[in-house]
Design a binder for this molecule. Structure first.
Ligand SMILES: NC(=O)c1ccc[n+]([C@@H]2O[C@H](COP(=O)([O-])OP(=O)(O)OC[C@H]3O[C@@H](n4cnc5c(N)ncnc54)[C@H](O)[C@@H]3O)[C@@H](O)[C@H]2O)c1
Length: 346
């Protein structure tokens, strides 16, 4: 059993405690931490957690219990100090996306994990779905030959979907697009080279910062992705992973994933259409632990066995996904000027 302490029991953190952690075998919870006593009271009353396992800080929990793993499910600003403390205390760590607020913080945490010989994983849960896994395999096998171009569209209407973070800086690029950027790297198995991005805040939007944007993203091997995304779209919504078209020299792969909306879930979809042929739906293999269950089951196994699975989203791997966020933000701040990934990752 991997003994774990969860830190951060807010809105999303509580759903980890309630809906994710109990469904992953091999995890024994030895601590629940939140600076806000109302949050620890909630896990006690609603989830019947023993008050002896509840703490107001990680330092307190670290003194009272023995653990192998910290599950960091705090707001982004708190990731850096808490993950740093967890690694210094000798714990392995899984942290919610986005990894950290700045590249410097993320790099420091990666170096610290290495120095401490601990595993640091970013919970990029969108990787653990049937469609991106299947499409990554089609791309690796060059199903339809070389890529001509890739386009990704994301549309949601936050004002009617229980959204809460109206004042968050970069609500699109930092908080949402990180999933899409990370999937681009995973599915296409390429590294980003440079980006050009514009963002804006449409008239009447309740967001303080820009919820809408468009970007061109150039990867090594010359692949260019065009990306359009909006939190305030009144068009037909896309599943959370967006709608993807991968146009190759011999045909097209269309896919989408995480069609979760208002409590309903629809299956992932992948369609293959050879040039001039008919689109055919791919029968997708179910996966045992999907989404956040997948990230947690993976780190539990890595901590137990010490061996890393393919497409493991380590802190180190995640630096390039975070670099895409930082580069698109920098480009948007310069009215769409091209920004090299090397500039933000140096
Ligand atoms: N992967 C996804 O699909 C997805 C979806 C939603 C949210 N998230 C991520 O989940 C994370 C948490 O979001 P949330 O909505 O639960 O945030 P929240 O603000 O509701 O909760 C954060 C909690 O952390 C506690 N906290 C802050 N600093 C602390 C510290 N130093 N020690 C102990 N407790 C501390 C706060 O008291 C609060 O209860 C964010 O990083 C967000 O981006 C991911």
């Amino acid at each position: 059993m991997v003994k774990a302490i969860q830190v951060g029991l807010g809105a999303w953190g509580f759903s980890w405690s309630q809906d994710v952690i109990p469904k992953v075998p091999g995890i024994e919870m030895v601590g629940y931490v939140d600076a806000n006593p109302a949050a620890t009271e909630r896990v006690q009353t609603e989830l019947k957690v023993d008050p002896k396992l509840c703490f107001q800080s990680l330092a307190e929990a670290g003194k009272a219990v023995e653990a192998d793993l910290v599950i960091a499910t705090l707001r982004t600003e708190a990731h850096y100090p808490v993950v740093k403390e967890a690694l210094q205390l000798g714990f392995n760590v899984i942290v919610e996306k986005p990894f950290a607020s700045t590249m410097a913080q993320a790099k420091e945490l990666v170096d610290l994990a290495e120095a401490q010989s601990r595993v640091l994983m970013v919970s990029q849960n969108y990787r653990f779905q049937p469609a991106p896994i299947a499409v990554a395999e089609f791309m690796a096998a060059r199903k339809f030959g070389p890529i001509n171009q890739v386009s990704v569209d994301f549309r949601r209407h936050a004002p009617t979907q229980g959204y809460r973070y109206w004042d968050m800086p970069d609500p699109l690029l930092a908080d949402m697009s990180i999933h899409h950027f990370d999937l681009m790297r995973m599915v296409l198995n390429v590294d980003p080279v440079r980006v050009a991005c514009r963002t804006w805040n449409p008239e009447g939007s309740p967001f303080a910062h820009h919820p809408t944007g468009a970007a061109l993203i150039e990867f090594d091997s010359g692949i260019v992705v065009s990306y359009r995304a909006s939190w305030v779209s009144t068009g037909s919504y896309t599943p959370w992973a967006g709608e993807w078209t991968i146009d190759c020299s011999e045909g097209e792969i269309w896919w989408t994933s995480r069609d979760h909306f208002m409590g309903k879930q629809k299956p992932d979809v992948v369609e293959l259409r050879p040039m001039d042929g008919k689109a055919e739906k791919v029968k997708l293999a179910p996966i045992e632990f999907a989404d956040r269950l997948g990230t947690l089951a993976t780190i539990a196994k890595v901590v137990e066995t010490g061996s890393l699975p393919p497409r493991f989203s380590s802190g180190k791997d995640n630096l390039l996904s975070l670099a895409l966020v930082q580069a698109t933000i920098a480009s948007a701040n310069r009215q769409g000027e091209w920004v090299d990934i090397a500039e933000v990752i140096k």
